[in-house]
Ligand binder design. Structure first.
Ligand SMILES: [Zn+2]
Ligand SMILES: [Zn+2]
Length: 187
């Protein structure tokens, strides 16, 4: 019996870059909501499936919620379909530092084409948040509370006191709860 223990393999993390949009911006995307919501960083537009001409829109990504793709072909032959929820994985490359990153678990059937991954759906485990004005080089921890600035596209900052260079006072704060919800309140 060998006493040499295998190195534990690093856990693979599945993630996608998301952005936070204001309710006004979301309404323009035909998403009827009252609070800011997370949508894909890359898919904000409506898209037409090249396989079957179905048109599908952006999805809302909320912690603890399963997000199912609006459009998805189960058969592998539908290679021109770009439906499904796109995501990335740390087995291909290290996770980049985004302002808002959804950590997720893929659900249902999946496709992998090189580094591109898609699934029928995902469960959003949590949203990792980085301050826009602090260094984005991995030396600063994720923040679990702070403020958002901007209009349509909402950007997180840790605190206006830490960043006096900010020319205006934020009017919305956020807090990540113990069960990973991101709650917003007016300041
Ligand atoms: Zn289709
Ligand atoms: Zn900061």
């Amino acid at each position: 019996m060998s006493l040499v223990e295998a190195e534990p393999r690093p856990e693979i993390i599945y993630y996608k870059a998301v952005k936070l949009v204001s309710p006004e911006r979301a309404k323009r995307l035909s998403l009827a909501i009252e609070t800011p919501v997370f949508i894909s960083y890359y898919q904000e537009q409506y898209r037409k499936c090249a396989n079957c001409d179905v048109v599908y829109g952006p999805l809302i990504y909320q912690p603890s919620k399963v997000v199912l793709a609006e459009h998805w072909h189960e058969d592998e032959d539908s290679k021109y379909c770009l439906g499904g929820v796109f995501y990335d994985s740390t087995d291909a490359k290290p996770m980049p530092i985004y302002l808002w990153t959804a950590i997720l678990s893929p659900i249902g059937s999946m496709r992998v084409h090189g580094s591109e991954r898609r699934a029928r759906g995902v469960l959003i485990d949590e949203i990792k948040i980085n301050c826009w004005l602090c260094p984005l080089d991995g030396t600063v921890d994720n923040i679990t509370e702070g403020f958002v600035v901007g209009n349509g596209d909402l950007t997180p900052i840790c605190s206006p006191e830490i960043h006096p260079e900010l020319a205006y006072q934020p009017n919305l704060s956020f807090k990540v709860t113990e069960n990973n919800q991101v709650l917003f309140s007016q300041v």
